[in-house]
Design a protein around this ligand. Structure first.
Ligand SMILES: Cc1ncc(C[n+]2csc(CCOP(=O)(O)OP(=O)(O)O)c2C)c(N)n1
Ligand SMILES: CC(=O)[C@@H](O)[C@H](O)COP(=O)(O)O
Ligand SMILES: [Mg+2]
Length: 631
């Protein structure tokens, strides 16, 4: 480890003192550090490895934090973290109380925003540029965005305004032809045409040659601002010019995103331009670590792995994930009914719909990072006689709440929202926890919401949702299911009916989804203290089982348990239902308090929130005692 350049970096501006050769050595050291530490913590290995040279080149030319470097998604920002004073804590990445897996301004002054959700970087950069114009500042603004991030609606909208406003911003397109899976969409074809077109190849070679001849002095060669545009234009055929050129953004030909010297040359010029510039950098996802280059999909978001082989460090538990159970159940539903159509927004693997894509390619759609489009399109499919299932993470459906409300719920489309990653997801943290879907689905008229408590319930919930008609959400968590047997044939669950899982009269738990297990374990612990608790698996977050709620009103204490935000959550819905019975017993509403939840292993997070079974049991016992003491 001795004598590394990386260990001598005290601030990102130190990079400006390094030669290109030294920066190349630093790139290797950064990669080794990323692989070593993420092999223990897991993380977004492939994306971060692919962006190392770009990040080094940018930091060697800008003065962060005065100059602003904005990351799209932020999953590729590990090199940035290592170079901005977070080396010594990098081994804590994504762990409880450790570094975040994304950029976060509360973690470092070099991080502009809380990244994690794709396609927002250009809007943030544009806002910074406008603020600079109003204030009269001189800071440089650079945004790094992937080819999939660039295809998201928010990025398209930003480009529209960036082209109009003409404020100086440097956008670096990190084009590796990959989203998490292979990138999709017409923009991909456009970028591919640019990369492969003879004109661009010639342009790239010519640019490189000329840089080399000029001892890499592009300023002298291509000039600044508009003259750079003219200069670059001579290399491209009009019909091959980049789409964004036509929208008023100066675009470079594709350049090698792993060539630090070339990157610096182009960047130095772009940073001086008087309008928006897009640098098209071509990279390899996973670059520099053979297992990640060979399988960038697996190494997009990898669990801990063995560095030598790239294989998972921990063997699988053998219990299927909720996601895979859902994926198989969806294929079975697709076999039984040819109106079932699956939609994903760039999350084929994550949402478990790969099998459906293989079985029914004509009824499977990946819209890319375009959640609004996915949910809007589902409405159209439903109106056209189909039964669309939008398989989507809870956190990403937040992008499409309007389409859920207006395009679907208002006209009662037959759309199923299969909401994966509901509840606390773990290492991805605040930007990715699925803690709002119980609020934003329940608040909408015509919506029905199922919260299965195990995988058998999930299979039945999906079947029920498809049979029921109208917009129905089925929410389930990340990770392993409970290990229960699956039904041979899926059954329809009675609408708005709960199931009692445990008898008891003193305390009644009204629990939702994954929290039923916590309630069962807590009830068991309380029984050891002589307290008898009923556990009701509520099954439906909407409509609520009003009869079960009315029966609970006879208990000394009612406890609602959800793994979502309690502000506006389903526990509050239960309280409302209780007020309608005319008899309101003491109620504890347990769930996520009004604060963002950090990252860490789910068990640690539940413990830190007082939502693990032992703490739930003791909180409930304390409250019961308090009530009894009050008489
Ligand atoms: C709104 C939103 N939808 C989906 C995702 C999940 N997601 C994270 S990274 C990613 C792919 C990003 O691809 P790209 O921008 O090309 O970057 P790369 O990983 O290829 O470097 C996706 C789909 C997300 N973070 N945000
Ligand atoms: C950065 C991002 O948004 C995704 O890569 C996300 O981290 C995937 O999460 P899962 O690991 O739960 O699929
Ligand atoms: Mg990409």
């Amino acid at each position: 480890m001795g004598d590394r350049i990386l260990d001598c970096i005290t601030a990102p501006s130190d990079l400006g003192l390094l030669t290109n050769e030294e920066l190349g050595i630093l790139a290797t050291e950064v990669r080794e550090q990323i692989v070593r530490d993420t092999s223990r913590t897991g993380g977004h290995v492939a994306s971060s490895l692919g962006a190392v040279e770009i990040i080094l080149a940018v930091h060697s030319l800008i003065k962060s934090p005065h100059d602003r470097f904005v990351f799209d998604v932020g999953h590729q920002a590990y090199a940035h973290k290592l170079l901005t004073g977070r080396m010594s804590r990098f081994h804590t990445l994504r762990t409880f109380q450790g570094l975040s897996g994304f950029t976060n301004p509360f973690e470092s002054e070099h991080d502009v925003h809380a990244s994690g959700h794709a396609s927002d970087s250009l809007s943030i950069a544009l806002g910074l540029a406008k603020a600079r114009a109003i204030r009269g500042g001189d800071e440089k603004i650079v945004a790094l965005i992937g080819d999939a991030g660039l295809s998201g609606g928010m990025a398209f909208e930003a480009i529209n305004t960036i082209g109009q406003m003409q404020l100086p911003i440097v956008m670096i397109l990190n084009d590796n032809e990959m989203s998490i899976s292979r990138n999709v969409g017409a923009l991909v074809k456009h970028l591919g045409a640019l990369r492969s077109s003879e004109a661009y190849r010639e342009a790239r070679d010519a640019t490189q040659e000329r840089f080399e001849q000029a001892g890499r002095m592009p300023r002298a060669l291509v000039g600044f601002g508009r003259s750079m545009k003219d200069s670059l234009k001579q290399f491209v055929l009009p019909q091959e010019t980049m789409l964004y050129e036509q929208l008023g953004i100066l675009c470079t030909p594709p350049i090698d995103g792993h060539d630090i010297a070339q990157l610096k040359d182009i960047l130095a010029t772009a940073l001086e331009a008087d309008g928006p510039v897009l640098i098209h950098a071509v990279t390899r996802k996973g670059a520099g670590y053979a297992p990640a280059e060979a399988d960038p999909v697996r190494f997009h978001g990898a669990p801990a792995f063995d560095v030598a082989t790239g294989k998972d460090a921990k063997p699988s538990s053998g219990v299927p994930s909720y996601t895979s159970v859902f994926g198989n159940a969806l294929v079975a539903e697709g076999e039984a009914d040819d109106r079932v159509v699956a939609i994903t927004a760039a999350m084929r693997g994550g949402t478990g719909v790969e099998g459906f894509f293989r079985a029914f390619p004509d009824r499977a759609i990946d819209v890319g990072i375009a959640e609004e489009n996915a949910v809007g399109m589902a409405a159209g499919l439903s109106k056209g006689g189909m039964k669309p299932v939008v398989a989507i993470y809870s956190t990403f459906l937040q992008r499409a709440i309007d389409q859920l409300i207006i395009d679907n719920a208002l006209i009662e489309t037959n759309v199923v929202f299969a909401i994966d990653r509901a509840g606390l997801v773990g290492a991805d943290g605040a930007t990715h926890h699925g803690v709002f879907d119980l609020v934003y689905t329940r608040m909408v008229p015509n919506m029905r919401v199922l919260a299965p408590s195990n995988e058998a319930e999930l299979v039945n919930a999906l079947h029920t949702a498809l049979q029921l008609g109208g917009p129905v959400a089925v929410r389930y968590p990340r990770g392993n299911a409970q290990g229960v047997e699956l039904p041979k044939q899926p059954a329809c669950l009675p609408l708005g009916r709960s199931v009692e899982r445990r008898a008891g009269d003193q305390v009644v738990f009204l629990a939702f989804g994954d929290m039923v297990k916590v309630a069962m374990d807590a009830a068991e612990l309380m029984a050891q203290q002589g307290i008898e608790a009923r556990v009701v698996d509520m099954r439906w977050a909407k409509p609520l089982d009003e009869d079960a709620i009315a029966r609970a009103a006879d208990a000394e204490l009612v406890v609602t348990l959800e793994d979502g935000a309690i502000a506006g959550g389903v526990g509050e819905g239960v309280v409302h239902a209780l007020t309608r019975t005319g008899k309101v017993p003491p109620v504890m509403v347990l769930g996520i308090e009004d604060a963002f939840v950090t990252h860490g292993a789910p068990a640690q997070l539940f413990e830190s929130l007082g939502l693990d079974a032992p703490q739930v049991a003791s909180r409930v016992q304390d409250r019961l005692q308090q009530l009894r003491d009050q008489g």
